[in-house]
Write a protein that binds this ligand. Sequence first.
Ligand code: ROI
Length: 168
Amino acid sequence: MQSVISYIGLGSNLAQPDQQLQDALRAIHGLKDTHVKQCSSFYASKPMGPQDQPDYVNAVVAIATQLSAGELLPHLQAIEQLHGRQRKSERWGPRTLDLDIILYGDEQIQSENLVVPHYGMKTREFVLYPLREIAPELVLPCGDSLVSVLKSVPKNGLEVIRKNVTWK
Ligand code: ROI
């Protein structure tokens, strides 16, 4: 079966976020029929949503996978669970590990439990800038280039905190 390139957003603001992302990266690389191809730097970002929570660490990885998007999702959710993610009642509250399918090839998916491209991707600096780092030429399934989308999204204090991230 052909591999598809998918971009996964990683975020954490609890329990050593940098380590959470590093561990998640290895776990993603270890998924069956899946390899991490590229990873952005790790970025510190201001919380979107309630401000009375710690800053986040965010990154985006490019994977090549033979899993369908629908197969990939439960694997990512299992990694989140393994890292002690608790689904809290507070909307947009702090989290140990969040893994979102941002893009899956050129597919546009609208099912009950999965929307791809990720609904927030065009407005979230902590997704767009890391994505530009690893895929500067990217064109979204809607036809917009990543560069054109970025023009209307300020950095909002987004800052590189670790470069040359590895996953092997
Ligand atoms: N804010 C930032 N900066 N980074 C995130 O990953 C993130 N994730 C979320 C909400 C709560 C929306 N805010 C975030 O789920």
